[in-house]
Design a protein around this ligand. Structure first.
Ligand SMILES: NC(=O)c1ccc[n+]([C@@H]2O[C@H](COP(=O)([O-])OP(=O)(O)OC[C@H]3O[C@@H](n4cnc5c(N)ncnc54)[C@H](OP(=O)(O)O)[C@@H]3O)[C@@H](O)[C@H]2O)c1
Length: 245
């Protein structure tokens, strides 16, 4: 029996991952604030609640005696000028996107190290590597998650624990339903791909342990743009500030 824990499994990308991993034969533990439809064990929980996250992992481990996959996916974005966005909401977003994965990994990683087997998959974003105007704090939280993923990948290899970051471009989900996206939804939906593309990337991550996996938009150019961006950062930010903000 293979056990997979997925956060943010009630909708969008997380739900697609839950369906995919169930089809792959996993026993799926789904976590989200509203009740997920897919999952063998379903927790209605907020991932920013540290004690509860540790309790959930302990319960799952005591029940099954192993944990094979952890997918940190729960998240949301806030869109707008930093002059206008809410600091309280931004703090909550950082906790959801960056701090909650630390809670889950802190509790699951020692189990996987003991097993000498397991996969940790973090759903990051292209915004981690090209900080995106109007997704300012979101980009920063995802950049933190990206570098955490990269560093943990390097450490975990020696214990045979796989660590991967998935970098999607726009995906058709409820992501733009946050009120701050009002009237900007079209920018995201035009080139968006379906969530099952991200679910396929998660399966690839579990199989290969590849450090970074890109899921580009329908334009398909982002992996090249991001590699270029990281090589020529200053020029890239000049382009971004001139044409995209
Ligand atoms: N859609 C995109 O274009 C895109 C691109 C790159 C990366 N991503 C990333 O993909 C991940 C999934 O987003 P999505 O596009 O699938 O959005 P979505 O359709 O809105 O789904 C978000 C999921 O996260 C859960 N969630 C949010 N905050 C939570 C919290 N504090 N505690 C527990 N669960 C929480 C939601 O469930 P409840 O509301 O029931 O709690 C829901 O299941 C996010 O990390 C996002 O940053 C999305």
């Amino acid at each position: 029996m293979k056990i997979a824990i997925i956060t943010g499994a009630s909708k969008g990308i997380g739900k697609a991952i839950a369906i995919k991993l169930k089809n792959e034969g996993y026993t799926v533990v789904s976590i989200s604030r509203s009740k997920a439809e897919v999952g063998d064990i379903i927790y209605e929980a907020d991932v920013t609640d540290k004690e509860n996250d540790f309790r959930i992992v302990k319960e799952v481990y005591e029940k099954f005696g192993r944990i094979d996959v952890l997918v940190n996916n729960a998240g949301f974005g806030i869109y707008g000028s930093f002059l206008e966005t809410s600091l309280d909401e931004e703090e909550y977003m950082i906790k959801t996107l960056f701090v909650a994965p630390l809670y889950f990994i802190k509790s699951v990683y020692p189990i996987m190290v003991r097993q000498r087997e397991g996969s940790i998959v973090n759903i990051v974003s292209e915004a981690a590597y090209v900080a995106t105007p109007k997704l300012i704090v979101y980009s920063a939280a995802k950049a933190g998650l990206a570098q955490f993923t990269n560093a943990l990948w390097a450490e975990a290899r020696k214990y045979n624990v796989k660590v991967s970051g998935i970098y999607p471009g726009p995906v058709k989900t409820n992501f733009t339903s946050h009120p701050s996206f009002k009237n900007s939804e079209d920018i995201f939906s035009k080139y968006a791909v379906t969530p099952d593309k991200v679910a396929n990337a998660v399966v690839k991550a579990i199989k290969t342990g590849k450090r970074e996996i890109y899921v580009p938009s329908k334009l398909k150019i982002e992996p090249y743009f991001l590699k270029f961006a990281r090589l020529f950062e200053s020029l890239t930010y000049w382009i971004v500030s001139k044409y995209f903000s």
